[in-house]
Design a binder for this molecule. Structure first.
Ligand code: GCU
Length: 671
């Protein structure tokens, strides 16, 4: 046993793990076993992909015959599939491809190929790329855009095509079936003939993997690009312009998915510029794409400086429009009512719009969670949102069920994730950020999936070395690598909440453009109040937190009972959301018996201690990881550890000027 252990230490970790493993994501090549693939009697690029994947990845019995068959089957929804010992059955070609990837995944992680049905929770599972035509990526921390670049932007190279193909393959392997290629703060040039040529080339590369192409559009494109005097959605010339543009797009990309629109939001033009509503704007575009089967995803991320409480605005603007949208419009709603903070309660729009399709938007890129420096596994955050009970149609009306068609009848369902992908060799900047891309796809496929299981799958696919998987080596690997590193991942998001914005605090980051590090004091004169942290934390001698109770901004009333009353009362409001909904004295008695001030300090300190624990865990994982990824993650954890201390010290010293209370003895004193 001891000998074997030594052998594993010396050989196991290195075998099969090469520097390019980071680039391969969770799809590392394996020595394949021969397999015979029987395809339906038709040819298509997608079927060819499915066959190729099986042939290059098969790890099952040598010489097996696997049949991919297309059949109508009422139990199969969208791109779902049935697995059996004989192969995969589906009603769409995409379904066959997803079945193939599921089979291969199970083989690789050593799970028995369970026979049975697998249906996606959402019809459309999309990445949103905030990529600009000049190649920059808004809130991107993994290098430049994989789609666009400044020079010779429109020349498509072989390298571009290979990269797009690898990207599409990674998406297909987790069931992602759509990509929005450009930033929601959209440039009108994306709709010009030159750019549409490149869109076609991208669509051609993504199609064999079942990934549909979508574009973000600027609402004023008819003016900026078309030379019209107005972009009023009810103006016949504007309607005609969009119809023409849509026709042009579909000539290039016959299976084009549709438009994503950020309008009348953060300075972007929109229907409100012409005294029209979101419904007027969305419906005009929806009518233009309807003949081709296209969709419009209309974002509800709206707020203005005059709002007393930014968190209430989207609900106030959209609830009166419920039922007024065409059925090929989906309202795209960020998970929380403010903006992708490390923790927010769910947006009250989920479940409140009953006659309108609503889709959750999650942020995979870590704008507010430490960019590509902090290790943050985000599945627990998304799971928390999806499993939150809105009570809108009785108990059990979770955000997932209110958006995936289980509770309300809606023509379409979808989930979007703001991508963290860029040109970096490992795609996502931080090696562990790949897990968030993976997890987003898995949760969009199965909104009841568990973060822990997804983390284990990802770790096995990404780091386990199949070649040395003797039972003893595997047990060793499970105990020394898989279990502790999965625990690290699962604790990582909460650690960030603790050292940055615990107990419901939010938007207290440095609010200068980068959104990195602490800045609860940041309020330059003349700045819009709703862009400054003091607007959100309201720290003063009498306490801290935003009063959103019935006697405050009354945001609680946007939630359904019994939740509204539960949130309204500090005695029943969960600690995680306490300062989101309440302004409380520093000496307020918490459920733990401690004062609010002490509790706050302990959370900050706990976050710091957690990151130090992550460092120790990772250091012990060294024998099981290739040198390149080991060092990269180790370095980032070191930086994160210092940053966590900075967050803690900065926030505690800042708040202490109001609380005037001592730092509790159990907390490491500020440096
Ligand atoms: C955040 C982010 C912006 C982005 C916006 C959006 O405010 O900082 O960069 O454009 O969200 O989602 O539209």
């Amino acid at each position: 046993m001891k000998k074997l252990f030594l052998a594993v230490l010396m050989l196991g970790p290195a075998v099969g793990l090469r520097a390019e493993d980071g680039h391969q994501l969770w799809l590392r090549p394996h020595v394949s076993v021969p397999v015979t693939v029987v395809l339906p009697a038709r040819t298509s690029a997608l079927l060819a992909t499915a066959r190729q994947e099986l042939q290059q990845g098969w790890q099952g019995p040598a010489g097996a015959t696997i049949t991919l068959s297309l059949k109508k089957d009422k139990a199969i929804k969208y791109d779902g599939f049935r697995l059996s010992a004989q192969g995969v059955q589906a009603s769409t070609e995409r379904g066959l491809l997803y079945g193939v990837f599921e089979l291969l995944r199970r083989q690789q992680i050593g799970q028995a190929p369970e026979a049975g049905l697998s249906n996606p929770s959402y019809e459309h599972r999309l990445l949103n790329h905030w990529d600009n035509p000049d190649g920059s990526v808004e809130r991107g921390y993994a290098g430049k855009s994989i789609f666009w670049r400044k020079d010779s932007a429109l020349v498509v190279t072989r390298r571009d095509q290979t990269l797009w193909q690898q990207y599409a393959r990674a998406n297909a392997s987790v069931g992602i079936n759509g990509s929005v290629l450009n930033n929601v703060n959209a440039s009108p040039v994306i709709l010009s003939a030159g750019y549409l040529g490149r869109v076609k080339a991208i669509a051609d590369a993504l199609r064999p993997y079942g990934v549909k192409t979508y574009l973000s559009v600027k609402f004023s494109s008819p003016v900026l690009l078309g030379g019209l005097k107005t972009a009023d959605p009810l103006d016949p010339a504007v309607v005609k312009w969009w119809q023409g543009k849509v026709k042009e797009i579909y000539q290039q990309v016959p299976d084009f998915g549709g438009f994503l629109v950020k309008a009348s939001s953060e300075g972007q033009p929109g229907p409100q510029d012409y005294g029209r509503t979101h419904a007027d704007g969305a419906n005009m575009l929806a009518d233009a794409v309807r003949p081709y089967g296209g969709l419009v995803m209309w974002r509800a991320f709206v707020y203005s400086p005059s709002d007393k409480d930014r968190a209430k605005q989207a609900y106030n603007e959209f609830v009166p429009l419920d039922g007024k949208f065409r059925d090929n419009v989906i309202i795209q709603v960020k998970n929380g009512p403010v903006d992708f903070q490390p923790r927010e309660p769910f947006s009250p729009l989920f479940g409140a719009l009953k006659k309108t399709a609503v889709m959750p938007e999650f942020q995979i890129t870590q704008e507010y969670l430490g960019h590509a420096i902090d290790l943050a596994y985000l599945a627990p955050m998304w799971e928390e949102c999806l499993q939150s009970d809105t009570y809108q149609a009785g108990p059990g009306s979770t955000v997932a069920r209110c958006t995936n068609g289980s509770v309300y009848r809606q023509a379409h369902s979808a989930m979007a994730g703001v991508s963290n992908v860029g040109l970096d060799r490992n795609w996502t900047g931080h090696d562990f950020a790949q897990a968030n891309w993976y997890a987003f796809g898995r949760l969009a496929w199965n909104s009841s999936a568990k973060s822990a299981q997804i983390a284990e799958e990802w770790l096995k696919l990404t780091f386990q070395n199949a070649a040395d998987a003797t039972p003893a080596a595997e047990a060793e690997w499970n105990a020394k690598f898989l279990t502790p590193v999965a625990q690290l991942m699962l604790a990582s998001r909460e650690a960030i909440v603790d050292y940055s914005m615990p107990l419901g605090l939010h938007h207290i980051m440095s609010a200068t453009y980068h959104h990195y590090g602490p800045g609860p004091w940041w309020a330059p004169s003349g700045m819009r109040a709703d862009w400054t942290p003091p607007y959100y934390h309201q720290a003063a001698a009498n306490g801290v937190g935003f009063d959103r109770t019935r006697t405050g901004s009354d945001a609680v009333s946007q939630y359904h009972e019994p939740l509204a009353s539960q949130l309204n009362d500090p005695a029943t409001c969960p600690d995680e959301y306490l300062l989101w909904f309440h302004h409380l004295p520093w000496t307020f008695r918490m459920k733990s018996g401690r004062t609010l001030w002490d509790e706050l300090a302990l959370h900050y300190d706990h976050g710091v201690q957690q990151v130090r624990q992550f460092q120790r865990t990772w250091d012990r994982a060294q024998p099981y990881v290739d040198a390149e990824r080991f060092a990269a993650v180790q370095n980032k954890l070191r930086t994160q550890s210092g940053n966590a201390v900075m967050w803690k010290d900065a926030c505690l010293l800042y708040f202490q000027q109001f609380s005037r209370l001592p730092i509790p003895a159990a907390v490491e004193p500020p440096m």
